[in-house]
Design a protein around this ligand. Structure first.
Ligand SMILES: *Cc1c(COP(=O)(O)O)cnc(C)c1O
Length: 356
């Protein structure tokens, strides 16, 4: 054997494409089409470059305090990381150290099985129902932890607080993580359940609703005990995860709730209009409460639609995977971007029809 026998091998997560082309319409990675809050630009302009010489605050206290104030919790209930991917990765490492399988849906964020693999965590992927919903009864069996997004990705389906509460209540011996990456687009956060459940962890991100995917800020809110355990692991891996500039940009974004409400509201309005347009074009989809729509066409093949859109420099997300290979996940862009998408789809569907 060679050194290769000692390698930690894993099949990595595949992020959505970031095309190098100019003038593309990019509706493939659920980015926000609007700029970050104006206060963020002010931070960048006024940042004292001399501060780069020094290490940042390892606790990112300024940002932790701002998140705590915004969400009405104690700073000791907040953990921040470099995007929610970093936060989720730390949560897997911290809370899923048992021998029993961690449970998550079969159709869900495709990073969960990758983290489980890289950390050697056993897991079971529980099938969503026929209409792509989570059945809480499926989560009433022995497990080493539970995680799911709400709304789920890539389906966009929002489950009720009753469903979340039922799952947490049935699992007092596990940490239950609710990944609320898309909760700000019309969902109801499970934050209100935190007082009742010490084992509930809520994870959110600045990447989607706060237009800061490139800055990398995610956070978790939970009981002091959960957050304490996460910090112990984080400070055993890398103390300085967040740079000084990011800490300040995050706090500046939180300081402008009016801008946040206005831009998220605008995306929700565009989404409702997009539902009508897609329906008129012959698509069906589970009702979305996120900034994307998971749609399939009544006749046209999703892979062919994906390729035809890409040829026109319109990028949406497509997975050639069992159960979801007839769906396109379409991010909600500006009204102009969506208009261009609908026009392109109408033309492509017309051409496909003519060839038959
Ligand atoms: C986008 C996304 C994340 C990660 O976002 P970050 O940019 O790392 O904060 C996590 N979970 C789900 C379900 C997502 O869609």
């Amino acid at each position: 054997m060679s050194w290769e026998a000692n390698v930690r091998r894993v099949v990595p997560y595949t992020p959505g494409e970031q095309p190098k082309l100019q003038d593309v319409i990019k509706l493939n990675t659920n980015e926000n089409p609007y700029p970050p809050a104006p206060g963020v630009e002010r931070i960048l302009r006024e940042f004292d470059i001399a501060r780069m010489r020094k290490y940042p605050d390892p606790n990112a206290q300024h940002l932790v305090d701002a998140i705590a104030a915004s969400y009405g919790v104690k700073p000791s209930q907040v953990f921040v990381g470099v995007g929610s991917d970093d936060v989720l990765s730390m949560a897997f490492l911290t809370f899923f150290a048992g021998d029993k399988p961690v449970l998550f849906p079969d159709v869900t964020y495709s990073f969960y099985d990758v983290w489980a693999d890289v950390y050697r965590i056993p897991y079971a992927q529980l099938p969503l129902t026929e209409d792509l919903r989570i059945d809480p009864d499926d989560y009433k069996r022995e497990n080493g932890g539970i995680i799911f997004p709400n709304p789920n990705a890539p389906t966009g389906v929002l489950e009720s607080l009753d469903t979340i509460g039922e799952i947490v209540r049935a699992n007092p011996d596990s940490v239950v993580i609710v990944d609320e990456a898309y909760i700000d687009f019309g969902g109801v956060s499970a934050l209100s359940l935190l007082d009742e459940y010490e084992n509930l962890l809520i994870v959110q991100t600045f990447s989607k609703s706060r237009s800061m995917a490139g800055v990398r800020i995610g956070f978790a809110i939970g009981s002091e005990k959960l957050i304490g355990f996460m910090n112990d692991v984080k400070f055993s891996v890398n103390s300085y995860t967040m740079n000084q500039l990011t800490i300040e940009c995050g706090a500046a974004a939180l300081a402008d709730p009016a801008y946040f409400r206005e831009t998220t509201q605008r995306i929700c309005e565009t989404r409702e209009w997009a539902k009508q347009q897609l329906t008129a074009l012959g698509f069906t989809f589970p009702d979305s409460r996120s900034n994307f729509i998971f749609a399939r066409h009544s006749t046209a093949d999703a892979g062919a639609l994906f390729a035809a859109l890409k040829a026109r420099h319109i990028f949406v997300r497509y997975w050639n995977k069992p159960r979801i290979d007839q769906y396109l996940r379409i991010t909600i862009g500006t009204p102009d971007e969506m208009e261009a998408l609908f026009k392109a789809l109408a033309e492509i569907l017309q051409e496909m029809g003519d060839r038959q």
